[in-house]
Design a protein around this ligand. Structure first.
Ligand code: SF4
Ligand code: SF4
Ligand code: FES
Length: 237
């Protein structure tokens, strides 16, 4: 049976890589490899996952230098010469081994006003937004974000400027700006217009290239740049 040589980050911000030999199997995912190490070789290895099917967003790690969701990343696609290097996501504090603290990431969703704020009561009927309408298409473009942090971890501006809201929070803000049921968009546009908001993006595209859900935060940020400029010219923010 062939084997994989796997280097896994151990420790916190400071630490070192530890090497493991893992049996190579057909259709094996990177998450399968990490789970094998934890179950068969070293039960003290810390990592995180939940759904295993690309829905929960909890399994993202850095694999051979690039942020990826591990439950849907096949070893065949990423192993180089039967080698894998697995580390925690970049741009986030490390709790231990492969587990990052997502608090700064989700705090930025809150700062970008990523919570839906509707104006209807339970007595009102359902809002009808035709599937083919422009409003629906714009809102749908970013709605499937699973909060995995791959884009955030891949963004150079986040690395240079830790207060930058980042691609996922801004994508969420743009999704809500396009939601015809929303009532909080003036405050939302004001929240994303500052120095750490959409205008700090350098349009490097790493977020859009690496998002496992094929979302384009870059396009969302471009939309926010236009919308905040228009709001500023009208004196609304
Ligand atoms: S396009 Fe903007 S948000 Fe996306 S990775 Fe580049 S700088 Fe970051
Ligand atoms: S935009 Fe994509 S990469 Fe970023 S958190 Fe959402 S699903 Fe993950
Ligand atoms: S374990 Fe849920 S997205 Fe990978």
């Amino acid at each position: 049976m062939s084997t994989l040589s796997v280097s896994v980050w151990r420790g916190r911000e400071s630490g070192q890589y530890q090497s493991f030999e893992v049996p190579r199997l057909e259709s094996q995912t990177v998450l399968d490899v990490v789970s094998y190490i934890q179950r068969a070789l070293d039960p003290t290895l810390a990592y995180r996952f939940a759904c295993r099917v690309g829905m929960c967003g909890s399994c993202a790690m850095t694999v051979n230098g690039r942020a990826r969701w591990t439950c849907r990343t096949h070893v065949d696609k990423v192993a180089r010469d039967d080698r894998l290097e697995i580390a925690p996501l970049a741009n986030l504090p490390v709790v231990r081994d492969l587990v990052t603290d997502m608090t700064p990431f989700f705090d930025k969703w809150a700062r970008a006003r990523g919570q839906f704020q509707g104006g209807s009561t339970r007595k009102d009927g359902f809002a009808r937004v035709p599937p083919g309408s422009q409003a629906r298409r714009l809102a749908d473009a970013g709605i499937e974000c699973i909060g995995c942090g791959v884009c955030y971890s891949s963004c150079d501006v986040v690395a240079w400027n830790p207060s930058y809201l980042g691609p996922a929070a801004l994508n969420r803000a743009w999704t809500l700006v396009n939601d015809v049921r929303e009532t909080g968009n003036r405050a939302r546009l004001a929240a994303v217009a500052g120095d750490a908001g959409c205008h700090a993006c350098h349009t490097h595209m790493s977020c859009s290239e690496r998002c496992p859900k094929q979302i384009s935060p870059t396009a969302a940020i471009a939309g926010l740049k236009r919308a905040t400029m228009e709001a500023a010219l009208k004196g609304e923010i």
